[in-house]
Design a protein around this ligand. Structure first.
Ligand code: SF4
Length: 201
């Protein structure tokens, strides 16, 4: 959490497949703690309402709506664990007050693996490109988040050599107004990149 709110570049571990659930351990947990405890401390505390306790005390997880906050996994340590397809999400621009008010980091890479030497090299490249772009374009005393606000996210992404991704939504679930200009073109590019990634294995 701190890195989203403070770091110019935050690299946060995550997974992209489903949460692993051991239903026997879920039932043991419910038996030991009681349904009220589980509902009050796990089910209703999921920020996106992705959890539901079934009548037979098993747990249903709506993985498409899970935002990987880790709360349920931290509470039900035996019953739940993160998915197997692990990697990182990269955000940029988090900061406390300076020129403008506090800013949360913006997702610039929704998911990338961090396993091979090439993966780490790619991470280093993103950081180096950003430092170079920042050195050339930032104003005095400006932080990365302020620069992104001033020049716009699209220009920033272009400057550091990253493609726009439809998953980059500044405030998901909060704003009912979405700008759709060039949406189809960007979506088409995204599908092409996905197909190329799949073909490359
Ligand atoms: S990890 Fe967080 S968002 Fe996902 S199901 Fe658990 S509590 Fe909900």
């Amino acid at each position: 959490m701190n890195s989203i709110e403070r770091a110019d570049m935050a690299v946060i571990g995550t997974w992209r497949d489903d949460i692993r659930v051991n239903q026997d351990e879920v039932k043991n947990f419910v038996a030991a703690k009681g349904r009220k405890y589980v509902i009050d401390n796990v089910i209703t505390r999921c920020p996106t309402k992705a959890l539901s306790l079934n009548d037979d005390d098993s747990l249903a997880v709506d993985n498409r709506n899970c935002v990987r906050c880790m709360h349920c996994i931290n509470v039900m340590t035996k019953a739940l664990s993160a998915g197997k397809e692990k990697g990182v999400t990269i955000l940029m621009g988090g900061k406390r007050t300076l020129k403008i008010g506090d800013l949360m980091g913006t997702v610039i890479v929704p998911f990338m693996r961090l396993e091979t030497a090439e993966d780490f090299q790619r991470l280093k490249e993103i950081a180096e490109n950003t430092v170079e772009f920042f050195a050339e374009n930032a104003l005095e005393h400006e932080r990365t988040g302020e620069m992104i606000e001033r020049i716009g996210l699209v220009n920033f992404l272009e400057g550091i050599g990253l493609e726009v991704d439809p998953n980059m939504v500044a405030e998901p679930r909060q704003c009912s107004y979405v700008r759709m200009d060039q949406w189809d073109e960007e979506a088409q590019k995204w599908f092409e990149r996905q197909a190329a990634q799949k073909a490359a294995g």
